[in-house]
Design a protein around this ligand. Structure first.
Ligand code: AP5
Length: 216
């Protein structure tokens, strides 16, 4: 099962991908995580991407598509979740070409629906481990010891792009560029929408039911 997981910032794509990779043995391909790792390691890609992430804008398509091409080319038959890619119609079209070229297939695209007022609370309260990227939330999922990652002991901090002014730009970017993908994938199916409200486990249950239906 290969999956495109998309939705607004803070909808829970990373959280659900983490559950899917553990339980369904899929590989997560998160362009956001790949950019953050490149920034941390100060690679040429990271230097190019940093300004865009800090501003809440999309990294240019040519850079992002090149990155995804590289990762998809290394999969060796493993099932994958595309988390945060594609993020606009041009990327979706490029992905279609890339899949043909690599003889791969996406089984379904899944949109995670969460209303705006809930997104703001999720983004404002999110904290991530600077070392391993584990995701926490000050209220819903705090680390056992404040500021310290349960998994690796690294520092747990706010993501720079979760500051209020950047979140505003990210949401505008989502509305203008990513939301139109709903119509694109409805037309180019299979496509499914899942309600992202409730606990992470409740959302996961809905996703796995939706995927079973699509798989048969
Ligand atoms: P990216 O990292 O992909 O950010 P995003 O799409 O804005 O998504 P988020 O990571 O903010 O949210 P999420 O949906 O994964 O939510 P999470 O599970 O963490 O991209 C960052 C940047 O990289 C972009 O702005 C852009 O600059 C660049 N970029 C990335 N891809 C690109 C592309 N394709 N093209 C160009 N540029 C690109 O959850 C959020 C919080 O809510 C957490 O604290 C979590 O604990 C909590 N939470 C999760 N689920 C629940 C629940 N059910 N109930 C309560 N709380 C919950």
């Amino acid at each position: 099962m290969n999956l495109i997981l998309f939705g607004p910032p803070g909808a829970g794509k990373g959280t659900q991908s983490e559950l899917l990779i553990k339980r369904m043995h899929m590989r997560q391909i998160s362009t956001g995580d790949l950019f953050r790792a490149a920034i941390k390691n100060q690679t040429p890609l990271g230097k190019e991407a940093k300004g865009y992430l800090d501003a809440g804008k999309l990294v240019p398509d040519s850079v992002t598509i090149g990155l995804v091409r590289e990762v998809l080319g290394q999969l060796k038959g493993q099932s994958f979740i595309l988390d945060g890619f594609p993020r606009n119609v041009a990327q979706a079209e490029a992905l279609g070409e890339l899949l043909k070229e690599l003889n791969l297939k996406v089984d379904t695209s899944l949109f995670l629906e969460v209303p705006l007022d809930r997104l703001l609370g999720r983004l404002a309260g999110r904290r991530i481990c600077k070392n391993c990227g584990a995701v926490y939330h000050v209220q819903n999922k705090p680390p056992q010891k404040e500021g310290v990652c349960d998994t690796c002991g690294g520092p747990v901090l706010q993501r720079p792009d979760d500051k209020e002014e950047v979140v505003r730009t990210r949401l505008e970017t989502y509305e203008a560029s990513t939301k139109p993908l709903k119509e694109y994938y409805k037309a180019h199916g299979p496509y499914v929408e899942v309600n992202g409200l409730g606990t992470s486990e409740e959302v996961y249950e809905r996703i796995s039911k939706a995927l079973q239906v699509k798989a048969h």
